[in-house]
Design a binder for this molecule. Sequence first.
Ligand SMILES: NC(=O)c1ccc[n+]([C@@H]2O[C@H](COP(=O)([O-])OP(=O)(O)OC[C@H]3O[C@@H](n4cnc5c(N)ncnc54)[C@H](OP(=O)(O)O)[C@@H]3O)[C@@H](O)[C@H]2O)c1
Length: 342
Amino acid sequence: MSYTPDIPSEPHAVCYHAAGKPSEVLRYEPLPAADPQAGEVTVLLEMAVVHPSDLGMIAGTYGRLRPLPAVAGREGVGRVVRVAPDVSHLQIGDRVRMPEDAGVWREVVTTDAATLHPVPNDIPADQACMAFINPPTALLLLNEFAKLNPGDWVIQNAANSAVGESVIQLAHFAGLRTANLVRSPQKTAARLKELGADLVVADDKDALGALNAALSGKKPLLALNSIGGPSAITLIRSLADNGVLVTFGGMTADPIRFPTREFIFKNITCRGFWMDRWARTSAKSSVSEVFGKIYEHIRNATLRLAVDSIWPIADYASALERAAAYGRDGKVLIKGPAAAAS
Ligand SMILES: NC(=O)c1ccc[n+]([C@@H]2O[C@H](COP(=O)([O-])OP(=O)(O)OC[C@H]3O[C@@H](n4cnc5c(N)ncnc54)[C@H](OP(=O)(O)O)[C@@H]3O)[C@@H](O)[C@H]2O)c1
């Protein structure tokens, strides 16, 4: 066994005792982990992600909240460092998804081994830690809502988000074409085109005209909305007859106003998607299958998620500040004690 990381003598976690603004309610507190009992393992944090939904969960506005006090963070990977004698399917050094419900922004956790998702060791930690929410969301959005064939167009807003960049790459791999709305095309268009975007357009009042001109009669069958407000209206108006708008985020908190003409004359359908519900209501084998596809894309470099910066967990406040900054370039990650050893 070549993997012998140290468990910190006084492990810490990023905790909150009341819902509120992350900068006001989060504390970096000692939180030890017990020795593993029957059926348990102890896992040391390798790498975690800062998501918009982490902030919603801490603020008390997300669709599912944790009993308080709670540890923050939803997505990350860790390494098994202690194993109860009766656990045979996990070994010291194995990589697993950090257990989400216990909270992920913690240095160490002892948990039921049977509930952990093993994660391949042969993909980079900075990609592995982002494999469970955004890329699966992108894959399911592309697969579950419209019957798409190679050459068909999909349109999305916030195309430079982690979900958006996953959609571009997974759609490109599947032979689909993407029309992409972004706030700052000067900054992001070149990168999105490198990832396989077919069209990148400024998400402003002229967006529909620009789309119509560039698509010359071709209409998307699927529109993916994580913004709301006027941007969602542009998506709806761009759709083909019988097209589907799927809303999975609301970055502006601006409600979707559905244009009546499109609803009636074009028979547009408006749906919602929540990965959390999908993962909790689907068979474990389906969830593992989707994660497996994402690992494969990462391994084959057909999916790469941009990383803006990586911060030690003790410096979580700087990580959150950076995550909220306009113009960051990819995801903000938090690294734990297993990162140095991997
Ligand atoms: N329903 C689900 O299951 C599910 C799953 C995953 C993600 N999501 C949601 O999907 C969205 C994207 O998540 P992510 O992690 O991929 O995001 P991300 O990588 O953090 O990117 C955020 C995106 O939102 C844009 N944005 C932020 N504030 C905006 C504003 N006021 N107006 C317009 N655009 C704005 C950013 O554009 P700039 O770069 O121009 O700032 C960027 O494109 C979030 O709403 C998230 O909660 C939902």
